[in-house]
Design a protein around this ligand. Structure first.
Ligand code: SR1
Ligand code: MG
Length: 399
């Protein structure tokens, strides 16, 4: 039984040969550690002869972004591999295949997606993905509906919920998203030029009341098995395909958290584009595409979710139309509020997004950051009054 230790590239190659049947004896393997996220090692292993390839992801016992002073459970590798398997069983084309999970090493061996690229990078470069809204709408509807009391056996759901108790990763979200930006936390990391806005964030009682509503939902409302970190860096894309990766933050939480994350990240890119596109007409056109995408993400998600619900022979009381309409309204309002919190954390909190953070021109960067914060705050403050996706679009356009 191997003892846990961070793998070297040589060990990762040996593991790939030993634990999969992808490589022949005379394979000429090449391995590179390509992990650029906050938490894990990621090895890309490829046979130069046959082009067969694989990804090995290994959890480190601490948060890579901070260092060994921030210990972090290795159990997140189990959570991630189990979540990937469930998600793939519900939307095969939208999730990579897990070949093998090795608990002792906190390792998952999975399908290589290097013919895809990270959506965040594509959006920064101004690329368009015409099938993305349909794909992500289907992913969220299938994974959220079929892991909830609406779409799965309600006793099995309770048992499944037990397998996805993920306290340490939830604590990261509770701190980084639902607390730190609103207080003088040492975790915060923001542009000093934004101090006036940060001061307001940290003293606005009305805002704090709304964040408390959302924080409490995140803490208590185990509606469905969430991806839990569904930003555009967790999505691989091509023109025709979409693959959702990295569900290590998966747990039973409020459904709106996943669509909120997608919408927040599209809005962050919308704000950041003023630092990437110089021509005003091109900027306006790309931003219109992003707003259309937001509209379609929600539209696809809602219609797909309602269709699953209407076709499912589930709980007779929960199947009443009035219950469904009220549920979808609350889900939309949660989505708007969570989107707001996710925007604010990426400007003021520990972990930023490249869409804005890597803008070189200081004035453009500050303008994008101010715009994002203004939108985020408005979504948080108004989320409980909102009724339709057009109101999120109007909030963005109005800033
Ligand atoms: C310490 S981890 C920081 C962030 O990275 C992940 O992608 C999550 O969004 C988390 O909040
Ligand atoms: Mg991640």
């Amino acid at each position: 039984m191997p003892e846990y230790h961070p793998l070297t590239e040589t060990e990762a190659m040996a593991l790939a040969v030993e634990r999969t049947s992808l490589f022949t004896e005379n394979a000429e393997l090449f391995c590179q550690e390509i992990g650029d996220g906050n938490l894990n090692l990621v090895f890309h292993i490829k046979d130069q002869k046959s082009s067969a390839s694989v990804i090995i992801k290994q959890a480190l016992p601490y948060a890579k972004v901070v260092g060994e002073s921030w210990p972090l459970t290795l159990d997140r590798a189990r959570i991630e591999s189990e979540a990937l398997r469930i998600q793939r069983s519900l939307c095969t084309e939208l999730v990579p295949e897990v070949y093998c999970y090795i608990p002792e090493l906190a390792v998952t061996i999975m399908e290589d997606l290097s013919d895809h690229h990270i959506m965040r990078r594509g959006l920064i470069e101004g690329r368009r993905y015409s099938l993305f809204a349909e794909h992500i709408g289907e992913f969220m509807a299938n994974t959220l509906f079929y892991t909830s009391d609406l779409g799965m056996n309600q006793q099995e759901k309770k048992l499944q919920q037990g397998r996805f108790v993920n306290p340490e990763l939830c604590k990261i979200t509770e701190d980084l998203i639902f607390s730190d930006p609103y207080t003088a936390s040492p975790n915060n990391n923001y542009n000093p030029a934004l101090q006036d806005m940060v001061d307001r964030l940290q003293t606005d009682e009305e805002l704090h009341f709304e964040v408390a509503q959302l924080r409490y939902k995140f803490l208590t409302q185990g509606e469905a098995l969430l991806h839990g970190d569904l930003h555009t860096g967790s999505i691989f894309v091509t023109d025709k395909t979409t693959k959702v990766i990295d569900p290590e933050f998966a747990f039973y939480g409020p459904m709106g958290f996943d669509p909120g994350a997608i919408i927040a990240n599209l809005i962050l890119n919308y704000c950041g584009q003023l630092g990437w596109i110089q021509d005003n007409a091109v900027l306006a056109d790309y931003r219109a595409y992003l707003l259309d995408t937001i509209q379609n993400v929600w539209g696809q998600f809602e219609s797909h979710f309602r269709r699953l619900w209407n076709e499912h022979d589930g709980d007779w009381l929960l199947n009443k139309k009035q219950f469904q309409d009220n549920y979808m309204l609350k889900l939309f309002q949660d989505t708007a509020g969570f989107a707001g919190c996710k925007i604010v954390r990426r400007i003021v909190g520990l972990s930023h997004v490249a869409d804005i953070h890597t803008i070189k021109d200081a004035a453009a960067k500050e303008q994008a950051e101010r715009m994002a914060l203004t939108i985020g705050i408005a979504l948080i403050k108004n989320h409980r009054q909102m009724k339709q996706i057009g109101e999120i679009i109007q909030t963005v356009k109005g800033v």
